[in-house]
Ligand binder design. Structure first.
Ligand code: GAR
Length: 188
C-alpha cells in the first residue's frame, strides 16, 4: 500500500479529510505520518484520534531548518513515504527536504496561483475585490507557491467576508485534494 505523509500547522481539516478518505478506501493509501511544527495545533489531536503516527516539533528547538528537516527526512525514508502532502503547513520547505523529496511534495493553496501567494491569500483576494476565487494544488519547489500547477478549481463569490470565502474554499479543498492524490498515486 502507498504511504502518505501529511504536513500541517493548524486546524487540520485537510489532514482529516485525507485521513478519512484513506480509512474509507476512497484513497488507496495510508497516512503513515503526520508532521506538525506547532505543538498546540488542533491537527495533533486529529492525528491522535485516527491513531496516525506523528512527528510534532518546535522549530525554535533546532539551530536551523536543516536540523529538523533532516529528522523528518530520516523518518520518511524509514517509513517509505511515496507522497508528501502539505496541508496548511505554514513553513517554507528548505533544501534538505527538497533535495530528498522534490517531485514528490505537493501543496494546497487557497488562491488561483500565481495570484495571491503567501500566508494570507484569501484576505488579500478579498481586499483586492476579486469576484472569482479558487484553490490550487501544485508541486513544491524552492519558489514560494511557485511550483508546477497540478490542479485548480475556481468559484465565484461577490462579497467581502473572508470567513465565508474560507468556508466555501475549504469544502472545495477537501474534494480537490482527495481527487488529486488519487490521480497522482495512480500515475506512479
Ligand atoms: C488551507 O486553507 C490551505 O489552503 C491553507 O491553509 C489552510 C489549512 O487549513 N494553506 C496555505 O495558506 C498555504 N500557503 P486546514 O488546517 O483546516 O487544513
Amino acid at each position: 500500500m502507498k504511504k502518505l505523509a501529511v504536513f500541517a500547522s493548524g486546524s487540520g481539516t485537510n489532514f482529516e479529510a485525507i485521513a478519512q478518505a484513506c480509512a474509507d478506501g476512497v484513497i488507496d493509501a495510508e497516512v503513515a505520518l503526520m508532521v506538525c511544527d506547532v505543538p498546540s495545533a488542533a491537527v495533533v489531536a486529529r492525528a491522535e484520534r485516527f491513531g496516525i503516527r506523528k512527528f510534532v516539533f518546535s522549530p525554535k528547538q533546532y539551530s536551523c531548518k536543516a536540523g529538523y528537516e533532516k529528522e523528518i527526512v530520516d523518518k520518511m525514508d524509514a517509513l517509505g513515504i511515496d507522497l508528501v502532502c502539505l496541508a496548511g503547513y505554514m513553513r517554507i520547505v528548505g533544501e534538505t527536504l527538497l533535495k530528498a523529496y522534490e517531485g514528490r511534495i505537493i501543496n494546497i493553496h487557497p488562491s488561483l496561483l500565481p495570484a495571491f501567494k503567501g500566508a494570507h491569500a484569501v484576505e488579500q483576494a478579498v481586499e483586492y475585490g476579486v469576484k472569482v476565487y479558487g484553490i490550487t494544488i501544485h508541486y513544491v519547489n524552492s519558489d514560494l507557491d511557485g511550483g508546477r500547477i497540478i490542479a485548480q478549481k475556481a468559484f465565484e463569490y461577490d462579497g467581502s467576508d473572508a470567513e465565508e470565502v474560507h468556508r466555501i474554499g475549504q469544502k472545495i479543498e477537501h474534494e480537490l485534494y482527495i481527487k488529486t492524490i488519487n490521480q497522482l498515486l495512480c500515475a506512479r
